[in-house]
Design a protein around this ligand. Structure first.
Ligand code: CP
Length: 302
């Protein structure tokens, strides 16, 4: 595999291999990527994705070239295209981790790149490495990736991680998806069509409490201001599905509440010490998954 652009590239076996490598790397540091260089090229803000990739590279003894706010601080501000930037950065690094506001940007980058491109989020397209760590979290925390109910909550229309995870879960058996959102933020027709084709059960419902009582996994999302068409619409929608402590207490024993983070009020702080709240552990798993992905791309690891 040369590039990581979308979750559909991974089948069940590839995912399990990735997860096994991730688990084997817990607490490990070695020098297996000594001399290799990772360039992180971020045209959109990030805390978790950029730092966890960079931390993963350092844990393998590699080096990092890091550019945040690339729309302003790179030559994109002078009119350079993403294709030209990638051609140039490919001379300086062995792998490029790219976050960009336009859906399809990672694919455009890969089409001209001589080094591996990792899609770290492309607009409202996909965020595959987040979906891998979300699925890894599910496996670690509830002990299975088949036979469970997952409620996706909030911003399903514009939330690339939720879209990526829905694609991934289509590969597993007897997974039921509950889509809880306002009509303006409902899951996209492309995903629903994919789920119908793959005979994955899904229901759309406005009833958050009902979904939280049924689900083994609740996946909360942020009503991302940057992707909502207008501020009026954002103000109308942002507090529609806030998870409060009393709602978390309705969840089944062993059920988990996850969120890719950052949050912006959609899970109350009072939920953080609930036994169901695993979103901060989930962010920690990101380093393991990204270490495993770098091993996959940059070494002959099988
Ligand atoms: N979950 C996620 O992608 O977080 P960042 O935007 O902080 O990278």
């Amino acid at each position: 595999m040369q590039h990581i652009l979308e979750t559909q590239q991974f089948d069940r076996k590839a995912l399990q291999d990735l997860f096994d490598v991730a688990t084997s790397l817990e607490g490990k540091r070695d020098e297996s990527l000594r001399g290799k260089i990772l360039a992180s090229l971020f045209y959109e803000p990030s805390t978790r994705t950029r730092f966890s990739f960079e931390s993963a590279m350092y844990r393998f003894g590699g080096h990092v070239l890091s550019m945040e706010n690339a729309s302003e601080s790179s030559s994109a501000s002078k009119g350079e295209t993403i294709e030209d930037t990638i051609r140039i950065v490919g001379n300086y690094a062995d792998v490029i981790v790219l976050r960009h506001p336009e859906a399809g940007a990672a694919e455009r980058a890969a089409s001209v790149s001589k080094v591996s491109i990792i899609n770290a989020g492309d607009g409202t397209g996909q965020h595959p490495t987040q979906a891998f760590l979300d699925l890894y979290t599910i496996q670690r925390e509830i002990g299975r990736t088949d036979n469970f109910i997952i409620a996706f909550v909030g911003n399903l229309r514009y939330y690339r991680s939720a879209r990526s995870l829905a694609y991934l879960l289509g590969k597993y058996d007897n997974v039921t998806m509950l889509f809880v959102s306002a009509p303006e933020l409902s899951m996209g027709e492309d995903i629903k069509e994919y789920l119908r084709e793959h005979k994955v059960k899904f229901e759309e419902t406005p009833d958050l409490e009902g979904a939280m009582k049924r689900a083994d996994v609740v996946y909360q999302t942020r009503v991302a201001k940057e992707w909502i068409p207008s501020d009026d619409e954002y103000q109308k929608l942002k507090d529609r599905y806030v998870i409060k402590r009393g709602m978390a207490d309705l969840m089944k024993s062993g059920a988990i509440l996850i969120h890719p983070l950052p949050r912006a009020g959609e899970i109350e702080v009072a939920v953080d010490d609930s036994p169901h709240a695993v979103y901060f552990r989930q962010a920690g798993y990101g380093v393991l998954i990204r270490m495993a992905l770098l091993k996959l791309l940059l070494t002959n690891h099988k």
